[in-house]
Design a protein around this ligand. Structure first.
Ligand SMILES: C[S@@+](CC[C@H](N)C(=O)[O-])C[C@H]1O[C@@H](n2cnc3c(N)ncnc32)[C@H](O)[C@@H]1O
Length: 309
């Protein structure tokens, strides 16, 4: 299975031939099915027992102790255990931004682009339902799914707001930690059937247009973060214009310290230092790029910043 020529050419600016071949191979594989225990409702031990009785084979995800790769399962989203909110079906790499955010019980968290709530529900579980999460999204349809998922998972420390995230800072509220899981071109999803669609539909200019929105979302997020607080920016895109370039632009405007991310058990590469003749901000190599071939998951970019005092 081949990448379409203009996408291949674009990617070849930062991926060598052997990596492009690995990516093309990913189009013939499916991402590993992954479920995360909703520890607000059940322990992983008990969930494993219930799902094993269904004939599923579960392998613990090395970078998140309450998530499992599943084999031998059909209709993962249609079991009684799923409806009861005992688990959430979530791509293995989508677990990473909340791990990097590392929200603590009792803190005040903003999830700026939250729907349908994979990461909000994970953050709430990591906070043991203590503290407060504002889960925001601009789309009313997606906010309904977000509300449904929060309720299904028994999240009681979150409220849903429906605002354009670019204007969220105008409310004048500050948070200990903010997650910007930004809308993107989705080139990280170049794996499996979905990847074939991304390959077909990719357009060079979409990344430029989205980068403007992403920069404004990140700027608003920084303004909403208290001094010394943490901002995590993530996308499921491989495009440097939506990732390192967005971080660089925002870091030129605000006092930010880019932190080095380490996620034990996860395979990844470091953020790019340059692209298309342009050097990125110092410290960008602390961010991570998860490619689909690393862990047989979707690809992701994740960057963690501290807003300086
Ligand atoms: C990658 S998805 C978020 C996925 C979500 N964080 C999760 O883990 O389930 C990006 C989201 O950004 C939302 N979005 C797009 N433009 C936005 C804006 N201007 N303000 C806030 N949210 C926006 C989209 O509706 C979409 O739900």
């Amino acid at each position: 299975m081949e990448l379409k020529p203009k996408l291949r050419r674009f990617l070849s600016d930062f991926l060598d031939e052997s990596k492009l071949s690995l990516l093309e191979r990913c189009l013939t594989l499916e991402p590993r099915v992954c479920v995360r225990t909703n520890t607000l409702k059940i322990s992983s031990k008990r969930l494993v027992l219930l799902l094993t009785e269904r004939g599923w084979q579960l392998t613990r995800v090395p970078w998140f102790k309450d998530a499992f790769f599943v084999e031998g399962a059909t209709n993962v989203g249609k079991t009684p255990e799923h409806l009861l909110g005992y688990y959430y079906t979530q791509d293995g790499s989508s677990l990473v931004p909340p791990v990097v955010l590392d929200a603590k019980p009792g803190e005040r968290i903003l999830d700026l682009c939250a729907a349908p709530g994979s990461k909000t529900t994970q953050i709430a579980a990591m906070m043991h339902n203590e503290g407060a999460i504002v889960a925001n999204d601009v789309s009313s349809k997606r906010c309904k799914a977000l509300q449904f998922n929060l309720q299904r998972c028994g999240v009681i420390n979150a409220i849903v707001t429906m605002m354009d995230g670019r204007k969220f800072h105008e409310l004048g509220i500050t948070f200990d930690r903010v997650l910007v899981d930004a809308p993107c071109t989705g080139t990280g999803k170049l794996i499996g059937i979905q990847g074939k669609g991304v390959n077909r539909q990719w357009q060079f200019y979409a990344g430029i247009k989205l980068a403007r929105l992403q920069r404004k979302l990140l700027e608003s997020a920084v303004k909403c973060t208290k001094k010394g607080g943490v901002v995590v920016y993530s996308t499921c895109s491989l495009d440097p214009r939506e990732n390192e370039a967005v971080i660089t632009k925002v870091a030129e405007k605000f006092e930010l310290e880019l932190e080095k991310i380490d996620v034990p058990g996860l395979k990844y590469e470091r953020g790019l230092k340059a692209f298309d003749g342009r050097e990125f901000v110092d410290g960008i190599e602390g961010s991570i790029r998860i490619y689909p071939w690393h862990n047989q998951t979707e690809g992701f970019f994740v960057c963690r910043m501290v807003v300086k005092e």
